[in-house]
Design a protein around this ligand. Sequence first.
Ligand SMILES: [Zn+2]
Length: 110
Amino acid sequence: MEVILGVLLFWLPCCILVAWIAGQKRRSRLGFFLLSALLSPIIGFLAVLAVPARVPPSPKVAARAMRKCPECAEAVLNEATKCKHCGSALSPVKPPGVLKSLLWGPVAER
Ligand SMILES: [Zn+2]
């Protein structure tokens, strides 16, 4: 009984540590916690070290996102109010919020 309790007292903090590291790398805390709890904290620790940190799209990248001019179909910046190719007036597009960009990915790739 004491062995099981000792393992649990060691196992659980290690799982929490792995989940914390995953959170620092913007990865799923719950996923890595469950991976560590079900398999082993060692496997969870190696997995969380192996995955690269998720980098949110920077505001600079979102601000430089392009769209198509409705008149000449050339690429113009989202915040442009006048097309640099044909000179037609454009309404500026607001950059997406953090949640929207996380759900749908960078605007430039669409
Ligand atoms: Zn144009």
